[in-house]
Ligand binder design. Structure first.
Ligand code: TXA
Ligand code: MG
Length: 304
């Protein structure tokens, strides 16, 4: 396939998907690399384009809970969470139905489902009227894209189109909650553990040990610059004092935790574009989307 640029027409994007193509797709969290879940060839192209191992399962995106029920078996907790937070930045991991192909789940008996709230994503999913896989539209292990331009820079030569939906408002990937025999948060996101516990009427199990979501523990979301995490702006400043003046270093700090999430990935990309070798990131507070920001920061800082 040849390089295609940024488009704004939803029906063109839907046609590309229906004909088995792959596209960059906006969501409120990050941009996804979208393909029809039922197209084995298109889904394999998604894995190959990202450079992602084929056993790492993908999220199926649909336009409503009704659509989701075709793909997953929802227990009471899953229905409650879907009703409270969909459309929105929440992914539910539930037992799959026979409609879900092995090439989506890597042969697992569960499926991850999400109904995004972004209006253009909603229009696209309604128009396509079937499940669309969409991992974040970055190369495996790299920083996720939060604008159409990011997708163009990373994958522009390998996708059939990029649907522009403006900059992503949430900025970090969806919260993933497992609703099977276990009730567990697999990835923190904008929907917080307090909100989840409140709606479910019980506490999710604290996740520890090897993650049940493959691809979650290793170094990830990583810029080229080496990332260090500090507890306060003062700590960042004292680190700076100790460095040679010629060091190209970027400090990341936002008072507002939602703004931190929204801008995190574009700041990391800017740091790379500006030739920074070091990023010093001030830890986000531990409420709201803060734990999700800190989770992504610690993966960006992990040894590669
Ligand atoms: O916000 C988001 O969720 C974005 C946007 C585009 O919707 N998508 C996204 O997809 O972050 P991805 O593929 O980058 O991350 C999905 C995560 C992976 O770590 C994968 O291992 C996990 O979900 N996952 C998907 N299906 C799973 C399954 N059946 N069992 C366990 N983990 C699963
Ligand atoms: Mg990803």
């Amino acid at each position: 396939m040849t390089a295609h640029g940024i488009i704004s027409d939803v029906s063109t994007a839907a046609d590309v998907l229906r004909s088995g193509g792959i596209i960059g797709m906006p969501t409120e969290t990050v941009y996804g690399l979208a393909a029809l879940a039922q197209s084995e060839h298109a889904v394999h192209r998604v894995f190959d384009t990202k450079g992602r191992p084929r056993q790492h399962p993908l999220i199926i995106h649909i336009s409503s809970l009704d659509e989701a029920l075709k793909y997953g078996k929802f227990n009471e907790t899953a229905v409650a969470l879907a009703s409270a937070f969909w459309p929105g930045p929440l992914t539910l991991l539930v037992p799959r139905t026979s409609l879900v192909a092995d090439w989506v789940t890597g042969g697992r008996d569960t499926v991850a489902l999400r109904v995004p709230s972004h209006s253009i994503a909603q229009q696209l999913l309604k128009s396509v009227a079937e499940g669309v896989v969409a991992p974040s539209a970055n190369r495996f292990g790299k920083v996720s894209p939060t604008s159409a331009e990011h997708v163009l820079l990373d994958l522009g030569n390998d996708v059939d189109a990029i649907l522009d939906g403006g900059p992503c408002e949430v900025g970090v990937e969806s919260t993933i909650v497992e609703c099977t025999d276990t009730f567990q948060i697999l990835r923190p996101g904008h929907v917080s553990s307090d909100q989840i516990a409140h709606v479910a009427g019980r506490e999710p199990f604290a996740s520890h040990g090897p993650s049940r979501a493959p691809g979650m523990l290793e170094s990830h979301y990583a810029p080229n610059a080496k990332v260090f995490i500090v507890d306060s702006l003062e700590d960042a400043e004292s680190q700076l004092i100790g460095m040679p003046e010629s060091t190209n270093v970027r400090v990341l700090h936002f008072e507002d935790v939602n703004e931190y999430a929204e801008r995190l990935y574009s700041e990391l990309r800017d740091a790379d574009a500006g030739g920074a070798t070091i990023v010093i990131a001030v830890r986000a507070p531990s409420f709201g989307v803060g734990p999700a920001v800190n989770d992504r920061l610690s993966k960006a800082a992990a040894d590669r």
